[in-house]
Ligand binder design. Structure first.
Ligand SMILES: *Cc1c(COP(=O)(O)O)cnc(C)c1O
Length: 344
């Protein structure tokens, strides 16, 4: 694959990390309203030492990607759902809401200004888009900030798994991710802060990720620190956990639709018990970063559950889901109405 642009980045060897691009979008909220927003080249933020975000972690984010399609367009995938999810998150965190049209317009503006960083079709790389919002004015007593900043930066990223997706191993941790009436269903930075110890510990013990259980009964599967989970049953039904403390992944919701409408598979969103793990034939994590990553094994305090798809490659159904969804994103397969937002 020929992979050159003005930016002269080695697209095929990009990792999943921050690469500074030329422009970012900034809009400030003050006196009860948003300003018009603008693009800036300044990648630094200067904040008061007592800013709400620094003291009480009033911050949330979104994650999405821009893709170069087979016919040379630049598109992003279902940005309306990211906009809505950020609205839901902001309401839960007592932050101001940025209207959906403003969110989508900002995404379009910032991607258009960083077009040279959108990796070429076929490179496996994409332009990651990170919208986020945080409290900026000084707070001392515990209360929401009055002033906020919404920003979007972009960063070209390589495929999450270099050299193809090898199945990973999860463990059932002794830590919980989210409480039943807590913040697990919104994309708050604090959910990640408190998952860091559990993930560092998992890595120390030789596992790739934690498979969290519901914290009330610790009998049901929820998700990992940053990805939802799907299972395939022996008769090829796609099953995903139902819980009010799971983050509603756009990738997962899209995969369930693809399974039903493109692959003619049955789908179920229901409570899934830890005890059922041994009955599934495939398991995968899903999210924007990796799309789908196959899980080969789950270890529950020494007890190993190895899925029939094994530790060598993605299961067949997982692979079909992956090929269809990425085909839709890259323009090789017709998308359902409204899924693809053309940027240029
Ligand atoms: C962002 C996120 C996901 C994935 O959501 P997508 O919309 O598919 O990117 C899953 N779980 C958690 C906890 C997340 O924060």
């Amino acid at each position: 694959m020929e992979a050159t642009t003005q930016k002269n980045i080695d697209w095929t060897n990009l990792g999943f990390g921050y690469v500074k691009t030329d422009y970012r979008y900034v809009s400030n909220y003050k006196d009860g309203k948003w300003d018009n927003g603008e693009l800036t080249t300044d990648s630094n933020i200067v904040l008061n030492e007592s800013a709400g975000v620094l003291q009480y972690a009033q911050t949330c984010f979104e994650g999405m990607k821009a893709y170069r399609t087979v016919d040379g367009k630049v598109v992003c995938f279902r940005p309306d759902l990211n906009a809505q999810r950020m609205i839901d998150t902001c309401k839960r965190l007592e932050m101001p809401v940025l209207p959906k049209e403003r969110f989508i317009d900002a995404v379009v503006q910032v991607v258009r200004k960083n077009l040279d960083y959108v990796p070429p079709y076929g490179s496996g790389a994409t332009l990651y888009i990170r919208p986020y919002m945080f409290g900026t004015n000084p707070v001392m007593g515990v209360k929401p900030a009055d002033e906020y900043q919404f920003r979007i930066f972009t960063s070209p990223v390589g495929p999450y798994f270099k050299g193809g997706a090898k199945p990973i191993t999860l463990r059932i941790p002794d830590f919980d991710r989210a409480a039943p009436r807590g913040t697990g269903h919104v994309k708050a930075g604090l959910n990640y802060a408190m998952s860091l110890h559990a993930i560092v510990d998992a890595h120390k013990q030789g596992f790739n990720e934690n498979m969290y259980l519901d914290s009330a009964t610790r009998t049901k599967i929820e998700e990992t620190g940053g990805a939802n989970i799907i299972f395939v049953t022996k008769d090829n039904t796609i099953v995903t956990p139902k819980s009010s403390s799971i983050l509603p992944s756009i990738t997962r919701r899209s995969l369930m639709y693809v399974a039903e409408h493109y692959l003619n598979l049955k789908t179920e969103e229901r409570e899934i018990y830890l005890e059922e793990l041994k009955d599934f034939s495939e398991c995968a994590l899903c999210g924007t970063a990796a799309v789908l990553s196959p899980v080969g094994k789950v270890v529950d305090h020494g007890k190993e559950i190895v899925f029939p798809s094994g530790m060598e490659k993605m299961g067949n159904i997982t692979q079909k889901l992956y090929d269809t969804l990425t085909g839709i994103q890259m323009g090789r397969i017709d998308a359902p109405d409204g899924w693809i937002k053309e940027i240029c």
